[in-house]
Design a protein around this ligand. Structure first.
Ligand SMILES: NC(=O)c1ccc[n+]([C@@H]2O[C@H](COP(=O)([O-])OP(=O)(O)OC[C@H]3O[C@@H](n4cnc5c(N)ncnc54)[C@H](OP(=O)(O)O)[C@@H]3O)[C@@H](O)[C@H]2O)c1
Length: 370
């Protein structure tokens, strides 16, 4: 049974799963999982909030819709995002109205169109930004959150593009307004987000100075290969001192931060005059003291943004911007999707263990079995 947790304004709901576990299927053995198509929608569900072992591949109810303006997608691939680990643990419930199933992005083929959807056809290969529901063989999404598969990218790889590209585009370019020639600091440069942020800034703001942090020599080297000018070990080095040294004391104009509370003070310290700090992750906690005096002197801004909780209209505008500005850079190879590995969707627990232990660079993808 999936975790169905009451959220703000949302009453407890019955689980959207049927009761037949995959192992009860005729002919099913752990050694040879059965084929899934033609036998109902299947999904990874959460038996109860906790560790990866609580993830279960089961038959579930068809998602409702598509309603007006929506499309249904037969999913081919999805990807693990850090938020998925929190949702699995019960700390990150989906926004009201969104699927309880984990999964913030997918690729696949359009299965059906709701009324009023223009520009897409049944059978089109697409990828999509989702508020949830990606770890399933069928998902329904507003048409405004669809993207074509970029030329030169295969359909499975495209399943890991919408969430990271939309997050980087909306926060670094739209919200923080990074200008060419400015200094950009992204924490966790080897992450799904970091690998795209480094490349996107290199592609769209070629004169920007890019600094990043990572945890191992191998990951620091990967960040440099992707375009970082300065790669700083967050274990052994002081990123405030290193960025200030590299910028003659000025600091970073834009910071994309995954750590939240743990880095707030140091991020404000290293912010340049008129700098913009955008907190998108809370891996280092949610509460910290903010030195307003330090911020005030620099005329600094602190933003904290969740893409998942933005209204559909805002997501559609972001996706349109991603299509216009990021997709061309992918199609000419200036931004390469960095895929650590691809696992079968029923092995989502293993994928969560890998991401939880930071054993990856870029994205871990989950592919629906043929
Ligand atoms: N707000 C939003 O809308 C939004 C959307 C997408 C993602 N996010 C957030 O963005 C972050 C990255 O997401 P993801 O899915 O790409 O994650 P991910 O691939 O799992 O990567 C997590 C990253 O955290 C880094 N890290 C761990 N401890 C660190 C420290 N002390 N200092 C600096 N970095 C540290 C890791 O670095 P090493 O691997 O080098 O050790 C790794 O690169 C997450 O916090 C996620 O919640 C937010």
């Amino acid at each position: 049974m999936p975790a169905v947790r009451p959220g703000p304004g949302r009453p407890p709901q019955p689980p959207a799963v049927r009761t037949r576990p995959i192992t009860s299927w005729p002919g099913c053995s752990p050694a040879r999982p059965p084929r899934f198509y033609g036998d109902g929608v299947h999904a990874i569900t959460v038996k109860s909030p906790g560790g990866p072992e609580n993830l279960e591949w089961r038959e579930v109810d068809d998602p409702p819709g598509p309603e007006a303006g929506e499309v249904a997608i037969d999913v081919v691939a999805t990807a693990v995002n850090r938020a998925d680990l929190m949702q699995r643990q019960g700390f990150y419930p989906p926004p009201p109205g969104a699927s309880e199933i984990i999964g913030l992005e997918c690729s696949g083929r359009i299965a059906s169109l709701g009324p009023g959807v223009d520009g897409w056809t049944v059978g089109d290969e697409v990828c999509a930004l989702l508020p949830g529901g990606g770890y399933a063989t069928r998902v329904v999404v507003p048409a405004g959150q669809l993207l074509p598969v970029p030329a030169g990218v295969d359909l499975v790889t495209a399943g890991g593009l919408p969430e990271v590209t939309s997050t980087v585009y909306s926060n670094v370019f739209q919200r923080a307004g990074l200008a060419d020639g400015e200094t950009f600091l992204v924490h966790g440069g080897a992450s799904g987000i970091g690998t795209v942020a480094i490349q996107a800034v290199r592609a769209l703001r070629p004169k920007a100075f890019i600094a990043t942090t990572a945890g191992t020599p191998d990951k620091l080297a990967r960040c440099r290969e992707l375009g970082a000018d300065l790669a700083i070990s967050y274990r052994d080095d002081d990123f405030v001192a290193r960025v200030k040294d590299a910028t003659v004391g000025r600091g970073a104009d834009v910071i994309l931060d995954n750590m939240g509370a743990k880095y707030l003070g140091r991020n404000v310290d290293v912010l340049a005059p008129d700098g913009r700090l955008v907190v998108i992750g809370l891996q280092g906690g949610i509460k910290a003291e903010l030195n307003l005096s330090a911020l005030l002197a620099k005329r600094g801004a602190v933003h904290a943004v969740s893409l998942r909780h933005r209204p559909a209209e805002q997501k559609a505008a972001i996706v349109a911007g991603v299509r216009a500005e990021i997709w061309p850079a992918i199609e000419v190879g200036s931004i390469r999707p960095i895929v650590d590995r691809v696992l079968p969707l029923p092995d989502a627990a293993e994928a969560h263990r890998i991401v939880e232990s930071l054993g990856h660079v870029g994205k871990v993808l989950l592919r629906v079995p043929d």
